[in-house]
Ligand binder design. Structure first.
Ligand code: S3P
Length: 421
């Protein structure tokens, strides 16, 4: 902390949840019916999904603030090139969705997406009978859709993108597809597929789908993005004099692992659930918490907070003791190597953090200082974490490509400005 820390106070409303927005957009390609979606995420990644929907022959229309999706019922253009931009979720979910459609599809993305591994999705899709060609394991990827057969498969990693991709393929296959996860990951696909009428069952650690036809729910209001809300809630917990409230936030337990960790560290939080449709949502308030203590985050908890590790690492720089994040190797293959990015950039601000094998360790509390410049590596979550770290340090310096925050949170700078006023 620094005497010049800029406190945060007030109420903010995060944009619509990115994961749910992607799913309703993409599922409309397989489903029938039509859905009026309110609060669809305005973020760049979810616009990539809408671009993919239209490139594949899906139909969407803006009506005022809402988005109306008309189900394509699987009748897609037989050939298409799809630019997924920076969005790994668009890319991986489409791989499974297209694997069962008759046609030939080429999926590509920006420079960062072109570095991300796709074999983990391609390999089980080939087992199901799809033609999938990657470029040395990465995008661009060509999918030749085929008649698929269901599989019984142990996912090698707890990845919701992988799980969702295989569920979408499984819906189009002959016979059931059963997936087992090493630990629970976000379950938006399972929930939305059930509301679309899919034959989906699940129990502890497994999920099964059978070939099903889907019908979109008539309306869906997307709750606020939990991962976007996390930035200001976490920053408020460590910035003296702060008190912020996030309205309308998604509270699905597979997404709010960061709240459990903040509470364990001694943060002053108030969570009020206000609704359950289409998933749990409500209001979360966080206040500056003088005495935070370090904690251990178990590997099984990581999928429940995987996108919040950078901002939680910033919180840990202000907590007493060594916080250990176990099993965070997945962070190396996100939009950038997030472990390298946060250790180098928070390190440049005077924080003490390092990696040991698949663990990230943060020693606190340390006052943060302002360097000459910081590097986001074009990663939205790194850019936002560093901007909040500068607020805590009470200073300013350029952050490279800071506008990349719009990949998930286009209103980040405006909300920061409002909460800092
Ligand atoms: C997502 C799953 C996570 C997460 C990503 C969104 C999703 O990725 O990091 O931001 O919407 O399914 P993994 O499945 O690779 O963990």
């Amino acid at each position: 902390m620094s005497p010049a820390s800029r406190s945060l106070s007030g109420v903010f409303t995060p944009p619509g949840d990115k994961s749910i927005s992607h799913r309703v957009g993409l599922f409309s390609l397989l489903a029938g019916g039509s859905c009026r979606v309110e609060n669809y995420s305005p973020c760049a990644d979810c616009q990539s999904t809408l671009g993919a929907v239209t490139a594949l022959g899906g139909r969407l229309e803006r009506r005022g603030q809402a988005l109306v999706l008309t189900g394509a019922q699987g009748r897609l253009n037989p050939r298409a090139e799809v630019d997924c931009g920076n969005s790994g979720t668009t890319f991986r979910l489409l791989m499974g969705l297209l694997a069962g459609r008759p046609g030939e599809y080429r999926l590509d993305g920006d420079e960062s997406l072109r570095r991300r591994p796709m074999e983990r999705v391609a390999a089980p899709l080939r087992l199901m009978g799809a033609g999938v060609e990657t470029t040395e394991g990465r995008p661009p990827v060509t999918i030749r859709g085929a008649a698929l057969r269901g599989i019984d498969y142990d996912l090698p990693v707890a990845s919701a993108q992988l799980k969702s991709s295989l569920l979408l393929a499984g819906l189009q296959a002959v016979g059931p597809t059963t997936l087992r996860e090493p630990a629970p990951s976000r379950d938006h696909s399972e929930r939305l597929l059930v509301s679309c009428g899919a034959a989906l069952t699940r129990g502890g650690g497994w999920v099964r789908v059978e070939p099903s036809s889907l019908t979109l729910p008539a309306t869906l209001r997307v709750p606020g993005d939990a991962s976007s809300a996390a930035f200001f809630l976490c920053a408020a917990a460590i910035t003296p004099g702060s008190r912020v409230a996030a309205e309308g936030v998604l509270l699905n337990p597979t997404r709010v692992g960061f709240l459990t960790v903040l509470e364990r560290m001694g943060a002053r939080l108030t969570v009020n659930q206000q609704g359950t449709e289409p998933e749990e949502w409500g209001r979360v308030e966080a206040q500056y918490s003088l005495e935070l203590t370090a904690t251990a985050i178990a590997a099984e908890e990581v999928p429940l907070l995987v996108d919040e590790v950078p901002i939680l690492a910033l919180v840990a720089t202000q907590a007493q003791g060594v916080t250990v994040f176990h099993g965070v190797e997945e962070l190396r293959i996100k939009e950038t190597d997030r472990l390298a990015a946060i250790t180098s950039q928070l390190g440049a601000m005077g924080a003490r953090l390092w990696t040991e094998g698949d663990r990230l360790l943060v020693q606190g509390p340390t006052p943060l200082t302002v360097p000459e410049r910081l590097e986001s590596f074009g990663d939205h979550r790194i850019a936002m974490t560093l901007r909040l770290a500068l607020g805590l340090a009470g200073g300013d310096c350029p952050i490279s490509d800071e506008g990349c925050a719009a990949i998930s949170y286009p209103g980040f700078a405006t909300d920061l400005w409002k909460l800092s006023a």
